[in-house]
Design a protein around this ligand. Sequence first.
Ligand code: SAM
Ligand code: SF4
Length: 341
Amino acid sequence: MSAPPPANPADPIVDAYGRRFTYLRISVTDHCNLRCVYCMPEEGVPWLPKDEILSYEEIAQVVEAAAACGVHKIRLTGGEPLTRRELPRLVEMLAAVPGIDDLALTTNGVLLAQQAQALRKAGLKRVNVSLDTLHTEKFARIARGGSLQSVLDGIAEAQKVGLGPIKVNCVVLGGLNDDEAARFAELTVAQPVEMRFIEYMPLEEAKGCAMGSGNFSFIGNDATKRRIEARFGALEALEVGAGMRGPAEVWRIPGAAGRLGFISAMSAPFCAKCDRLRLTATGEVRSCLLDGGGLDLRALLRGGGTREQLLDVFRRAAYLKPEVHKAWDQIPSANMSRIGG
Ligand code: SAM
Ligand code: SF4
């Protein structure tokens, strides 16, 4: 891939195909209190040494640099972001960065009921909560920790303190939870939530504990949508095709209060519209979750690098972004909990 052309400090971050980056997803920790079958082996992965993880001050410095050239949307993820101490302190620091107008969080929800209020007060705007089943026993099999009730309590508390509209993320796993698609969809009939069905992404690090061992099979979102339509009839298109604003195609059960999002990274990659950069827990900038590799920022941050130097790394990382990921041809070696899904 060629190098980016020279840029002025405030120029937007763009890639070789003209995509412009305005959205940064930040993994604040590799730690997690669950071991979801599609993300981590049951015994977990070795945690990274604490000094390899970016401090809140370092993360804020990166966000200030990115915001200076057009990044305005931030999502905190992990690992499980709520396992990192004093997360509201980071939220407060990022909410104060000029230019950041959207600050959101993706969480497994287990610790959300306790923290929702403090996060909201610190300046968090919205949360996405991951939930793959509505059965207590199946929750234990898929998440291998926590409890379904704690997640449901977290969603309710987040709604109560104003962190909505809540998006609920469900990775559809053939033979494990695909039979629950209609039940999940039904939640949107009365509640103003967006239920999002996510296709499983086969990552090298997840392979041994998941599809490779026959625990479940890949299910494309076409099949999931068909299952929902078999129960509720034809869905109404809200954001589909050229007008899509994010990675999800959005539909609705006619008359429902909420919406249904389908994120089809494997069967219908949305790379052409992808405006995301990622900052890993250890300070690498990546322009694609599934492909392209990353570039280190941490050494610069700890060695007194200037904002221009940080931005130069962002611009070069953006140029590593492939036109379309090739995850079907070559299973990516990426650890979701470190990069931040
Ligand atoms: N721990 C938080 C959570 O689970 O929401 C945030 C990090 S998690 C890596 C972010 C999202 O990635 C979750 O919605 C999770 O379901 C999704 N995810 C993890 N591994 C995945 C995989 N192999 N394929 C598709 N989605 C995956
Ligand atoms: Fe933890 Fe989220 Fe991965 Fe589940 S998907 S193991 S909650 S990081």
